[in-house]
Design a protein around this ligand. Structure first.
Ligand code: KIV
Length: 271
């Protein structure tokens, strides 16, 4: 029996069991083979191939420019590395809004060309036709409410969402709609902790937060942010577990010094 056969793959069903028994879900993003391998081996439950690839991999200001082909490239790279975590790939901007046939075609491409386990999309009632059509093909869908970075040009800022009652009520209704449609989980981004708690209590499906407080069913962060690779981005919700930027620059600095001083390679490192 190979080592891989002994690993119990995380499924959408296992995530709902985790919610039932009160075990929190740990989710992180990854975009490439090497990082995804480390993140999976460390034991994370869900790996999101987020459209934040647009920011951290490609250097764009927003998530708008990343294309379906690019998301498929990142998704397939991640899937090749992962043996345990459930892999979710973001549907990028313009591939699912306003046209459910387009949404289904985009999702089918992701599932066939990456072999990921599911897709994620942003929005509630506005995209429910797309959600239903994707689900009708047997493709698991993760929802995303609250701060929705693909709608940045509608709101103009990345500030906390749903602080007012009307927006909070819409968010709760959208969350229920996504659950009723059959989504297996929902991400809530940058909303008040009490609202996160309320949604997690109202829904049977897992609610995973990023800046949504501690009372939801799991947490997600962008891997480059939590490892301290990105340096300018410091929202209140972000906990940095490492200062990898300093470590990388230190190591690269040492390498440069060694090359300049003709300390590298030495005899043992030569043929
Ligand atoms: O693209 C992404 O990384 C995300 C997370 C912030 C949830 O959607």
């Amino acid at each position: 029996m190979s080592v891989h056969n002994e690993i119990k793959k995380v499924t959408t069903h296992r995530l709902s069991e985790m919610k039932l028994r009160g075990e929190k879900i740990a989710m992180l993003t990854s975009y490439d083979f090497s990082m995804a391998k480390l993140v999976d081996e460390a034991g994370v439950d869900v790996i999101l191939v987020g459209d934040s690839a647009s920011n951290v991999m490609s250097g764009f200001e927003t998530t708008i420019p990343v294309t379906l082909d690019q998301m498929i490239y990142h998704g397939a790279s991640v899937v090749r590395a992962v043996h345990r975590a459930l892999v979710v790939v973001d549907l990028p901007f313009g591939t699912y809004q306003g046209n459910s046939r387009n949404a289904l075609d985009s999702s089918i491409r992701i599932m066939k060309e990456t072999a990921a386990d599911s897709v994620k999309l942003e929005g509630g009632v506005e995209v429910i036709d797309s959600v239903n059509r994707i689900l009708s093909a047997g493709i698991p869908v993760m929802g995303h409410l609250g701060l929705m970075p693909q709608s940045i040009h509608k709101f103009g800022t990345y500030t906390v969402r749903a602080k007012e009652e009307e927006e909070a009520e819409k968010l709760i209704n959208d969350a229920k709609l996504l659950e009723e449609a059959g989504c297996f989980a929902i991400v809530l981004e940058k909303i008040p902790a009490d609202l996160g708690k309320n949604v997690a209590q109202e829904l049977k499906i897992p609610v995973i937060g990023i800046g949504a407080g501690p009372y939801v069913d799991g947490q997600v962060l962008v891997i480059h942010d939590m490892l301290g690779i990105t340096q300018q981005f410091s929202p209140r919700f972000l906990r940095r577990y490492h200062n990898l930027a300093a470590e990388i620059k230190g190591a690269v600095g040492n390498y440069i010094e060694d090359v300049k001083a003709e300390n590298f390679p030495n005899e043992k490192e030569s043929y």
